[in-house]
Write a protein that binds this ligand. Structure first.
Ligand code: GRF
Length: 216
């Protein structure tokens, strides 16, 4: 069994997509813990709909970040989590937590990193006239939205795109690449060497190119 802990803060579409992926694939990937820091998040309802183990840990109730993170650490250890997946988790983590889960915590970000870390990625990309956006799954490091890149999807930007229309297409791509990254890690198909992801076998870049018809 390969156990996932999912951290969320919001609407939870990536969470639901990962749940469906684990249900569809009888490949021993299991969600043993869902943790949400925002008591108002819609994602809580999703976890409940699927009757999965859920903890709502309101970060505002803690005096400092480390005490909040200690709770997450305890839950993930108790539920024997092998990999933490941040799925729209909006808290910056201290290096204490990042080091504890070094190469065992991944995040999805709605841009082609290292371009556009942080917030408002779609608006910034459109304003600067870039032609391609996309999304990235990467291992978590202390610096925000940095860390070894596992996989990415490219989403073309059209002249009439708004941040909203682009975000919808990028989200579809997110839902393709996040399970792909989880599967690669669960199946031990990659390593991190000198802060870079190296695949054990050669994968044709074609395997990481998403057919635009899937995301239009
Ligand atoms: C996604 O766009 C993800 O890339 C970013 O936060 C958003 C979360 O969306 N980190 P959802 O809660 O999974 O729907």
């Amino acid at each position: 069994m390969f156990n996932l802990g999912i951290l969320i803060s919001g609407r939870g579409t990536n969470l639901e997509n990962i749940i469906k992926f684990t249900e569809k694939n009888s490949n021993n990937i299991n969600i043993t813990s869902i943790i949400c820091n925002n008591p108002e998040a819609y994602g809580i309802q999703i976890a409940k709909n699927y009757s999965l183990p859920l903890e709502v840990i309101d970060h505002k109730k803690f005096q400092n970040r480390e005490n909040f993170e200690k709770e997450i650490d305890i839950i993930c250890n108790e539920s024997k989590v092998d990999l933490i997946c941040n799925a729209g988790f909006m808290r910056i983590l201290t290096s204490w937590f990042v080091d504890k889960w070094f190469n065992k915590q991944i995040n999805i970000h709605p841009s082609l990193l290292p371009s556009y870390p942080g917030l408002d990625t779609h608006k910034r990309a459109i304003n600067e006239g870039v032609r391609f956006s996309g999304c990235t799954v990467h291992f978590v490091r202390s610096k925000l939205d940095s860390g070894p890149i596992i996989n990415q999807a490219v989403v073309p930007i059209s002249p009439d795109d708004t941040a909203e229309s682009l975000s919808k297409r990028v989200l579809k791509a997110e839902h393709i690449i996040y399970p792909q990254a989880i599967k690669l890690i669960a199946e031990k198909k990659l390593k991190v060497i000198k802060n870079k992801v190296v695949y054990n076998n050669y994968f044709s870049p074609k395997e990481f190119i998403i057919n635009p018809t899937e995301i239009n």
